[in-house]
Design a protein around this ligand. Sequence first.
Ligand SMILES: NC(=O)c1ccc[n+]([C@@H]2O[C@H](COP(=O)([O-])OP(=O)(O)OC[C@H]3O[C@@H](n4cnc5c(N)ncnc54)[C@H](O)[C@@H]3O)[C@@H](O)[C@H]2O)c1
Ligand SMILES: [Zn+2]
Length: 373
Amino acid sequence: MTRILISGGAGFIGRHVTQLLISKSHEVVWLDNLDTQIHGEYEDIHNIRLHEQVKLIVGSVCEKEAWRQAIDGVDAIVHFAAQTGTGQSMYQIARYTDENIGGTGVMWDVLANETHQVKKVLIASSRAIYGEGAYRCISKCGNVVPLPRSKAQLVRHQWSPVCPKCGADVEPIATPEDSTPQPASLYAITKLAQEQMSLTMGKALGISTIALRFQNVFGSGQSLRNPYTGIISIFSNQMRQNLPINIYEDGEETRDFILVNDVAKICELALSSDYEALVLNVGSGLATKVIDLAYNLKYLWNSDSSIEITGDSRVGDIRHNWADLRVLHKVFPDWQPTPLEVGLEKFVAWAATQEIYEDKSKIAAQELKQRNL
Ligand SMILES: NC(=O)c1ccc[n+]([C@@H]2O[C@H](COP(=O)([O-])OP(=O)(O)OC[C@H]3O[C@@H](n4cnc5c(N)ncnc54)[C@H](O)[C@@H]3O)[C@@H](O)[C@H]2O)c1
Ligand SMILES: [Zn+2]
């Protein structure tokens, strides 16, 4: 049995990882500040605790003393605590850099300077670090990584990125880990920084470090009240109220959706692996159009919501991205992702048992518009 610290353990992915680790007889400690954007104002701390075995330390990853307390007797750290809204990161810059980059800095500061027995660190990175990710130029440039789309381009409804070398059209392909990072949002920059800080410091301190680049994770326990992130939960909350579903761009944009239980399994496998350093894509390896996702969910919710293509766009959003899973399959050959239809049914069955929240996505969109983002 090992003792594992999960920062942000009270969050969506953290709880699933916790459940799995406890079922395998590990001890779990959480360091979490119970951020109100995720947990609401009045959620009872006792209800947040999943299990008697979880030791909860309420504190921020920005506080050295909280880390000192949290790493006591710990063998491995799963560093999940972060601010996670791509759009929000474009105007709450200091908050995102303080908590995501600064918080990770404090963790490594404590690991470098205090006595501890931590031998492994898992860090939650994101597909966001790729920006548009891998494409193939239809002319003669081969595989390329397009630049983030400009505001002017989005205003013209020219949704597809272009070849950064010759300006020709490009076709998306699965993005492998060695694709050049091209972050298109402040959030993505903080994730890339977390990853690079961790790989560098892990190597220097002899602590095995694995960066997991999650695609769009969904599933039971996802925050249904956070309007800043989680397209499946936001659409679901709206569909349950038969509210119109506004789809950005032309709806043809794609994402790679991965069920949280599959992600938890990867975390467990990564914790018990013996790689000194590793960067891994974690996704389903499949691209799903946002418009198709919306119709799928509408059917599952039996909703009267209208589905409206708005042609609106957000600076920092990407057009397409899905994971190249060759490395993941090589490293963990027995792991297989759950098919999306099965995952969505599971999600809807869970969400149907939850409260319906006031839809605040218009407020979130307004916050961006006001700032011309
Ligand atoms: N959910 C996804 O689709 C996805 C995709 C890519 C990467 N990730 C990354 O995975 C990690 C976990 O994501 P999640 O979806 O579970 O997020 P979440 O928002 O559900 O959970 C984050 C948890 O961290 C806590 N937290 C936030 N700021 C904190 C701070 N300063 N100090 C201590 N605790 C703090 C929150 O209270 C919350 O419990 C994040 O690092 C996120 O960037 C998630
Ligand atoms: Zn080209």
